[in-house]
Design a protein around this ligand. Structure first.
Ligand code: 5MM
Length: 341
């Protein structure tokens, strides 16, 4: 495969394929395993992820790349094959989460700043040698309007950190996924999500330009424009699509390599229906696909439940969700396909 940043970025969003976000940090994967009653150990995490990476139909037809966690990129499968080699053999590209998590922003209660820039240049060199050709950094922007969250300082600091991260990635020959996640956890309405996402993306691209990041060699991983979960409102896919695309047309340069959404706590089918509606109102200046964690993994996780005997069923559940999202990335998904399965 070409090593040019713009070619790697293009491959990440090509042909209706999307990304599997399997980069849960140890704390997050433990929470997921708690739900299915599985102890989180290095071996159980390995077995679970190996199950997905060996789901050949999903990996060869629907998944363009996998975002890994530091532990996983160094792990070997039960038979001794490095997990990275299993991914590469399917034609998918290995990637790596390089941020060190969102921490409280001093002086701004309720806001966070994502850490991880110290020593990043050296870590990227190491990850390149381990096979990573793209990376991910997630900034977290919560919304609580009554409390003044997010502050302009939080948006500015996070955008600046994303730009410094992106520039370091490109220096190392690695495509940066820039993820400024405006959370859907709050009680806000869809219009507020739109405004906060607009302020965030505007600042992000100002910082990326200032840092001399080559936009063609980047992927944006954004939230969709949605009402907050605690608002009790669910926006229709048509409204989500219209507002999300309007937002991007106002703020996201056509030059970027592509867009791969996070699912952010939407149900599996909601995340698919919204992505489909977004692509159905195209053509758009960018490819728009998925980089889902929960919306791709919830079903296979439940089906697997830590038992070797369930591997085939779990892989089938993963293939199904990957297939549905592949169709949505092409604007060709229909709800009946879920029932049929
Ligand atoms: C898979 O979860 C990722 C890692 O989260 P932590 O660092 O908190 O463990 C997360 O960044 C994920 O890649 C994105 O949020 C997208 O995942 P969802 O579940 O929102 O699609």
């Amino acid at each position: 495969m070409s090593e040019r940043l713009e070619d790697i970025a293009a491959a990440m969003v090509a042909d209706g394929k999307g990304l599997l976000a399997a980069d849960e940090s140890s704390g997050t994967i433990k929470k997921r395993f708690d739900v299915i009653g599985i102890e989180s150990t290095a071996d159980s995490r390995r077995d679970y992820r190996e199950m997905m990476f060996r789901a050949k139909e999903a990996m060869t037809r629907y998944i363009s790349g996998v975002i890994l966690y530091d532990e996983t990129i160094r792990q070997k499968a039960a038979d001794g094959t490095p997990l990275v080699d299993i991914i590469k053999a399917t034609g998918a590209i290995p990637g790596i989460k390089v941020d060190a998590g969102a921490k409280p922003l001093a002086g701004f209660p309720g806001d966070t700043i994502t850490e991880g820039l110290d020593g990043l240049r050296e870590r990227l060199t190491d990850y390149y040698k381990l096979g990573a050709r793209f990376a991910k950094w997630r900034a977290v922007i919560d919304i609580d309007v009554a409390k003044g969250v997010p502050s302009a300082t939080s948006i500015g600091s996070n955008a600046h950190a994303l730009a410094r991260y992106a520039a370091l990635c490109q220096e190392a020959g690695i495509v940066p996924i820039v993820e400024p996640e405006v959370l859907m956890d709050g009680a806000h309405d869809i219009g507020t999500c739109y405004e906060i996402s607009k302020a965030t993306l505007t600042k992000l691209y100002t910082e990326l330009y200032a840092a001399r990041v080559v936009l063609e060699g980047t992927i944006l991983k954004p939230n969709m424009v949605l009402a907050g979960k605690k608002s009790g409102k669910t926006s229709s896919p048509e409204e989500v699509a219209e507002k999300t695309i309007r937002l991007f047309r106002e703020t996201v340069p056509a030059a970027i390599g592509g867009i791969a959404f996070l699912s952010g706590g939407q149900s599996d089918e909601e995340a698919t229906a919204n992505l489909n509606a977004i692509n159905a109102i195209g053509p758009h200046p960018w490819k728009l696909t998925f980089s889902y964690g929960r919306a791709l993994q919830a079903a296979p996780q439940k089906a697997w439940s830590g038992k070797a005997a369930n591997i085939a069923a779990a892989q089938a559940a993963f293939v199904h969700r990957a297939h549905m999202n592949h169709l949505a990335a092409l604007g060709k998904w229909q709800p009946e396909l879920e029932q049929a399965a």
